[in-house]
Design a protein around this ligand. Structure first.
Ligand code: ARG
Length: 559
């Protein structure tokens, strides 16, 4: 059991003994002791007693002396706890002996994670980068905790743009050798024709109808475009070290056959209303500025279906067929209202019941150093491949300057990009700044990778093995306490879906390690002390590697 769960359980029981009912001890790390429990404050109000008296009663109910060297009632009624050094030593040794580093596997749940979801036949841009990186960190962490995670890449592979794209494919004859060239150029060229040429527009419209009604030749041409796009995003995923594979594709087109049945089911439940010829759901509680109810368009006036219906079908599929009890949508904040309405409609339709949790895991945008949306100097959206090339090139430069092995440049460059994204509270916009993300100091990917590699290098130089852990020095205590905090932060991220908390933890760990390494000689220490300190080094390296791994970031052995 983790240190915090042990303390939580013991204090919880002591509080319950005083209250005669379960009470949250409100345990947290403290500046004045190792931990403090603030639960007496709330409980005192309930019992109508002075908080310090309640805190004292808690310690009388359980003096905790098998765990603590000192306990005290402090301030308005906090219970301060200072742990025994031998308890810390034992717990660190237990953590080191555990493959899972004390992070217990949880009761498994089926979780669907919708992430990445770029649009086919378009260049994947930085907007999709965040969803891809954040989503992948979330699936890695949930999977590692023992959940059954189903990745769903809701690729934008259907709808009106494919009419013009297929017609352009026919015109350019590219269908024959199935070479479409650069996807973004192809898309732009089709778009230019569409805007300029009425005849082309008309053909494109007819082509959409042919696609939707399953015309075989049209489907073939469509497949050419999809295959190209899937190959292209696959290359990006491989470069990024993202776990998505073609098996995780569940693009908009996969719901095509279910859309009519979704509309029918909504109709049967009396949820469809006519609005200017379109059939819509108006989920309760959503209105525009003038107080008029807002629609989800289920069937357009021309009989077609769009983004809203597809998301309703996806929701139904995920709950009914995939049997998920937690649904996550890692999509940018601008779609917040869309998802709120989809979830509300899903509840009204009876698909989302109390046993299913659904969350829009929203994120902010990527900004340039000028504080505006990231664009090239020519004002175009930046291509992801160019961005990654540049990050790796700059990482190579840095690695050369440090006289380190250049083969780590891709791991450092890609790691820097991913870490910069993950270390920011996902709801906030983040600034894409090569200099900052590639710095070897501060809360960055390279700093943590280096912290890990530096510890590994100690073991290359040591001709001694880790041994029994004996926590003695203050810097050892502090490092031990941070190490033992791993299970808590992992559990926290599984709930809040905020990877930046794991980043902050790892950064704090690297800091605690640096302080320890400055104050406590390792290789020069007496054999027993050396063995203990090597054990702390080894455990720190494992926690750093695990944490980076959960974030989807490589931890090279040497840098
Ligand atoms: N392809 C969409 C876009 O680029 C994102 C899809 C997100 N997922 C979903 N289930 N709607 O905006």
């Amino acid at each position: 059991m983790s240190l915090e769960s042990v303390l939580h359980a013991r204090l919880g029981a002591a509080f319950a003994a005083v209250a005669g009912a379960p009470v949250d001890p409100v345990l947290r790390r403290s500046q004045h002791a190792d931990f403090q429990a603030d639960g007496a404050l709330g409980l005192a109000r309930r019992l109508g007693k002075p908080p310090r008296e309640v805190a004292a009663a808690v310690l009388a109910a359980d003096p905790l002396d098998d765990l603590c060297a000192a306990t005290a009632v402090a301030g308005p009624g906090f219970v301060n706890l200072t742990l025994r050094a031998d308890v810390l030593s034992t717990m660190v040794a237990e953590m080191a002996a555990d493959d899972r580093l004390d992070v217990a596997a949880v009761e498994p749940e089926t979780v669907v994670v919708d992430y990445s979801a770029p649009n086919a036949a378009k260049e994947m841009h930085v907007g999709h980068l965040r969803s891809t990186i954040i989503g992948d960190a979330i699936v890695r962490l949930l999977e590692w905790l023992g959940h059954r995670v189903i990745r769903q890449n809701h690729l934008g592979d259907w709808g009106t743009p494919f009419g013009m794209l297929i017609e352009h494919l026919v015109d350019t004859g590219a269908a024959a050798d199935s070479s479409v060239g650069e996807l973004s150029d192809f898309y732009r060229a089709a778009r230019r024709k569409f805007d300029a040429d009425e005849e082309f527009r008309e053909r494109s419209r007819r082509r959409v109808v042919a696609l939707q009604s399953g015309d075989p030749r049209t489907r073939e041409l469509w497949q050419v475009l999809i295959d190209r796009s899937v190959a292209y995003v696959g290359e990006i995923y491989a470069r990024l070290g993202v776990t998505l594979t073609p098996a995780d594709l569940a693009g908009e087109s996969t719901y095509h056959e279910q859309l009519a049945s979704v509309a029918d089911e909504l109709e049967r439940r009396g949820l469809l209303r006519d609005s200017d010829g379109a059939q819509c759901v108006f989920p309760a509680g959503f209105t525009n500025r003038d107080g008029e109810p807002l629609p989800l368009i289920v069937r357009k006036a021309d009989g077609g279906y769009g983004y809203d219906t597809t998301d309703l079908a996806a929701l139904r599929h995920r709950v009914t067929d995939l049997r998920a009890t937690r649904l996550l949508y890692v999509v940018g904040s601008p779609q917040q209202q869309h998802f709120r309405m989809i979830f509300a409609a899903g509840r009204e339709a009876g698909w989302l019941t109390d046993g299913v949790r659904v969350e829009h895991v929203a994120h902010g945008s990527v900004l340039g150093t000028d504080g505006k949306m990231l664009r090239t100097r020519a004002g175009e959206t930046v291509k992801l491949t160019d961005l990654l090339d540049e990050a790796v090139a700059r990482a190579a430069e840095q690695v050369r300057e440090r006289h380190a092995d250049e083969s780590v440049a891709p791991a450092v460059g890609i790691g820097a990009v991913k870490y910069a994204d993950l270390a920011t509270d996902r709801l906030r916009d983040y600034t894409f700044d090569y200099d900052r993300m590639l710095a070897f100091d501060g809360n960055t990917g390279p700093y943590l990778q280096y912290a890990h590699a530096r510890i590994r290098s100690i073991f290359r130089r040591a001709d001694a093995e880790p041994g029994d852990v004996v926590i003695a020095e203050p810097a050892e205590r502090e490092l031990a306490l941070v190490l033992l905090g791993l299970p808590t932060v992992v559990a926290e991220v599984a709930t809040s879906l905020e990877p930046h908390r794991l980043c902050a933890y790892l950064y704090g760990l690297a800091g605690a390690f640096t302080a320890f390494y400055e104050r406590c000689p390792v290789l020069r220490a007496e054999p027993e002390v050396r063995a203990s300190r090597l054990a702390l080094c080894a455990l720190t390296a494992r926690v750093l590697a695990l944490g980076l791994g959960l974030l989807g970031i490589a931890a090279p052995e040497r840098m």
